[in-house]
Ligand binder design. Structure first.
Ligand code: RAM
Length: 897
């Protein structure tokens, strides 16, 4: 007897999303069943205005009918046109290959405000204070209103230019931080939707909002304040349906009042200052007398797109306790107390303090310590990263900032009344709510710590946009960094909605000529319209990677015209297919950023035109594949030809007849090999040259941001698995494990951010939380543990399971929550036996490469593999026995000689 169930219903990747604006949302579900070979053969979706209608199959907005198909993700809603605020209920029925039928529970999604005319609210705020470089107090806004009848349902549609925190009757609305999120506010702003039915009651109610500067008018990088606008503004629309069917709308308008209160300044980079003596108790509750508050200013509606929130919002996640009581650094003026959170984290601390009114506690944040144990802040550049709290003086006070964040491991308190104990500070970790999907561990604790550091680098830098770093005056959506790390990110967490939002930021930032910028959202700081090779190419690589990992064709479709403009721009701006040629008048790129062989500077390393041409070829080839996937055959052929031409230009210009690549840098070889830019007969000579260079450096890499991510893959594909492992296991710098041996808890920006002989690198650019080099994570998952997807059947529809043990590891295990369910690959070497446990998610298949020397028998769950249910023998070579698997759990075993 086999059974199968269906559930885990998702709409646009989300569980019951409230307020989406996708006119044809995509629906996904999962099949569940323990037995092998769970496979959907048909489905039927019904959608209706209520759950009862769905159950009774009446009043349907959509009935897909029975569709003979194994598709269970991204099925496009094809029913009646969706209106603003409409909630759609749906369920799916599936048939499997054994004739089982299953029906899912009922789920829903709800539409947001689809038209501009749905908004009757006005933009409001406080009068202008502050200028380009002066931080300002946060306005508190309130409005009291009366409800005459019980509330059946209420929705709050809300956004700001700046940041907002909203309360209704004193209760915070939602869990989201830094809303409405960062977009290029000159073009687009997101709004959020909340179900606030339970927060309202008959009688007097109060909506209270605090506005922060955020990215809109606070400091962004080194550019000063007011990059998008001069002061924060609010737009809020509360739409209430009473139980008698009547409706009432409360909107932001002239009737609101404001006051400046306890938040004296709040800035993303510099921190927050709060004077608790200036609080107005009860300001956001009914019964408060706001006679002393002033009427708000009204602003014209900006001419920008108002869109529903696409990506995950930032939320609070774990809380960290310092690992030791604080160390005191007394001086004649003040005692500084330094706490170690034990982890380089992003967020802030919750302060606990008791003392006389008017006492100010200063909180500073740092990633590292000076040799004397005081905090090291030189690398924060102009970011003050300091919070101030001034006490009310009425017993224990607990405080957290609202509109700032810091990247830190160490916290310094000064001005603290008395001696703080270990619980005076608690670390609050915040990041975009990208659900964890991957786990990796192995028999080497240093690699496990590396994986931990990669994950923490991701947490700290996925803060609404993918940022380079979270601590200094930068924190920008650097395109190159994002491109380099995206594949690793997609193992660790579900980043599909996160990048759906950010690829739009990237398109918004595209220049009229078609160039993609170095940072997105654009913040007017770089002055560069073109990010250059490996940075600008994020515009193609990122959507492509989301397609690979989540089967998301729509993202490709959405950005296809933009990608075409980019390739056209490259065609126009290159000379004889050489991109960023030597006397190119535009920006030639960042080179192999931070490589230790001089790349990125003019005096050595991998040439910028070589990198440019290699990425031109790669992007053209990806676009050719994308065109084919989208059914644009003519385009596919055209981009394929373009790739061939650029490839030929690369060979002519950079490759010798002996397989040497110009400059003979590691990154030069890596790009030529990885992007298939060599005549086939020269590949092994090139790989040999690469391997020789690595060995000549004492088994060390010399690659920067551009070459490093591909390096281990190139070595593995060239048959140099041992060398790839040796590089990974290298403990002296430059290497991934050197920082680990020095106690790092995140990935460093530089291979030599700190070394035992030189100390700290140049404080002008030395982040200890920069995920780019964490891109090794991709190799760790796909090669050590051996989980990968098949580009021909993306989204892990067909898994490639191919662990390649080495480096003396005796075990490795990875699990990945795919769109179809959980995949696992866990191997161990036990008494000369290789034992490999696999889970293939329902409705998928896998190709498993069992590492077995020729002639060695392979067992699966105790019997010869080829006789096992769900296992089909494919072929054997000297290294592995290859099987095709249906879904289910398997244990392979093979004796190793
Ligand atoms: C640095 C950023 C980023 C990198 C650029 C080129 O300032 O930190 O990591 O992409 O420069």
């Amino acid at each position: 007897m086999t059974t199968v169930t269906v559930g885990h219903l998702r709409c646009e990747y989300l569980e019951q999303p409230l307020g989406i604006d996708v006119s044809r949302p995509r629906l996904s579900w999962r099949l569940f069943g323990d037995q092998r070979g769970v496979r959907q053969t048909a489905y039927r979706i019904v959608a209706a205005p209520s759950a009862d209608d769905v159950a009774a199959e009446q009043n349907l907005l959509w009935d897909s009918g029975r569709v003979e198909s194994d598709q269970s993700i991204h099925v496009v809603y094809d029913g009646g046109r969706l209106r603003s605020r409409q909630r759609v209920f749906w369920r799916v029925q599936v048939w499997d290959a054994h004739g089982n039928v299953a029906i899912s529970p009922i789920a829903w999604w709800e539409m947001g405000l689809l038209r501009r005319s749905d908004w009757s609210a006005s933009w409001i705020g406080a009068p202008l204070v502050g200028g380009r470089w002066t931080t300002i107090p946060a306005p508190f806004l309130r409005r009291s209103f009366t409800l005459d009848a019980p509330v059946l349902q209420a929705r709050l549609y809300i956004t700001a230019l700046g940041l907002y925190e909203c309360t209704i009757n004193g209760q915070r609305v939602g869990q989201d931080l830094f809303t409405p999120g960062w977009t290029d506010y000159r073009r687009r702003v997101q709004y959020q939707v909340y179900d606030v039915t339970d927060a309202l009651h008959e009688g007097e109610n109060v909506i209270g909002v605090i506005l922060g500067d955020g990215w809109y008018c606070g400091h962004v990088a080194w550019a000063g304040r007011q990059n998008y606008g001069d002061r924060p503004k609010l737009l809020a629309q509360l739409m209430i349906t009473h139980s008698d069917g009547s409706t009432q709308t409360v909107v932001s308008n002239r009737s609101w009042r404001y006051a400046f209160g306890p938040i004296l300044e709040s800035d993303m980079l510099h921190g927050e200052s709060y004077d608790a003596r200036l609080e107005f108790p009860g300001w956001n509750m009914p019964g408060f007398d706001d006679a002393a508050w002033q009427p708000v200013d009204l602003f014209a509606a900006p001419d920008i797109a108002m869109v529903a929130t696409r990506g995950p919002t930032v939320q609070r996640h774990e809380e960290l306790r310092p690992i030791n009581p604080p160390t005191a650094f007394p001086s004649h003026q003040v005692t500084r107390w330094v706490f170690d959170m034990g982890q380089n984290m992003v967020g802030w601390v919750r302060l606990r303090v008791q003392g006389p009114a008017g006492t100010t506690v200063t909180i500073r944040y740092a990633e590292a310590l000076n040799p004397d144990g005081t905090i090291y802040t030189a690398n924060l550049r102009s970011a003050r990263a300091t919070d101030h709290y001034t006490l009310r003086g009425d017993g224990e006070e607990v405080w957290e900032p609202r509109f700032t964040f810091h990247g830190f491991r160490y916290v310094e308190l000064s001005g603290y009344p008395g001696a703080p104990d270990i619980d005076a500070v608690t670390g609050i970790v915040v990041h975009s709510a990208t659900p964890p999907t991957g786990e990796f561990s192995c028999s080497d604790p240093l690699i496990n710590q590396l994986q931990h550091n990669i994950v923490w680098g991701q947490k700290g830098n996925f803060l609404d946009v993918p940022t380079d770093c979270p601590q200094r005056d930068e924190r920008l959506g650097w395109t190159g960094d994002a491109q380099v790390f995206i594949r690793t990110a997609a193992f660790n967490m579900n980043v599909a909605p996160f990048f759906t939002k950010w690829t739009q930021d990237l398109e918004d930032a595209q220049s009229p000529e078609g160039a993609y910028p170095p940072v997105a959202p654009l913040a007017g700081i770089s002055g560069l319209p073109d990010g250059g090779p490996a940075w600008a190419d994020a515009g193609i690589i990122c959507p492509w990677t989301i397609y690979l990992c989540y089967g998301d064709t729509r993202l490709l479709e959405t950005h296809y015209p933009s990608m075409q403009r980019f390739i056209a721009y490259l065609e126009r701006s290159s000379r004889d297919f050489i991109r960023c040629y030597e006397d190119y008048p535009g920006f030639r790129g960042f080179g192999d950023w931070l490589a230790l062989d001089g790349s990125g500077r003019t005096d050595g390393g991998t040439a910028k035109d070589l990198i440019g041409t290699a990425f031109f070829a790669y992007s053209a080839r990806l676009l050719s594949r994308i065109a084919a996937i989208l059914g644009h055959q003519r385009d596919a052929t055209r981009y394929r030809r373009l790739f061939e031409r650029v490839r030929q230009a690369f060979i002519t210009r950079y490759v010798t007849a002996a397989g040497r690549v110009a400059g003979e840098t590691q990154t030069g070889y890596v790009l030529a090999l990885h992007f298939d830019l060599l005549p086939p007969e020269l590949r092994s000579a090139a790989a040999d040259a690469l391997a020789r260079d690595i060995r000549a450096r004492g088994t060390r890499l010399a690659t920067g941001f551009v070459g490093t991510p591909y390096l281990p893959h190139v070595l593995t594909d060239a048959g140099c698995l041992d060398l790839a492992y040796a590089l990974l296991l290298q403990r002296t710098w430059p290497s991934w494990l050197y920082p680990v041996t020095q106690g790092a808890t995140t990935i460093w920006e530089r291979w030599d951010g700190w070394t035992h002989d030189k100390g700290f690198q140049d404080p002008g650019m030395n982040s200890f939380n920069h995920y780019a080099y964490g891109a090794i994570g991709e190799w760790i998952y796909s090669t050590i543990a051996g989980i990968d997807t098949d580009p021909e059947q993306p989204g892990y529809r067909h898994l490639i399971l191919r662990p390649q043990p080495g480096g003396g590891l005796t075990a490795a295990r990875a699990a990945l929550e795919t769109m179809y369910g959980r995949a696992v690959s866990a191997w161990r070497i036990d008494d000369h036996r290789f034992i490999w446990e696999i889970v293939v998610p329902p409705n998928t298949t896998a190709t498993a490469y069992v590492p077995a020397l020729e002639g060695t028998p392979v067992q699966e769950s105790g019997r010869p593999a080829e006789e096992s249910e769900g296992v089909t023998f494919v072929h054997r070579d000297e290294e592995s026995a290859v099987y095709r698997l249906t879904s289910g759990t398997y244990t392979f075993e093979v004796v190793q000689r």
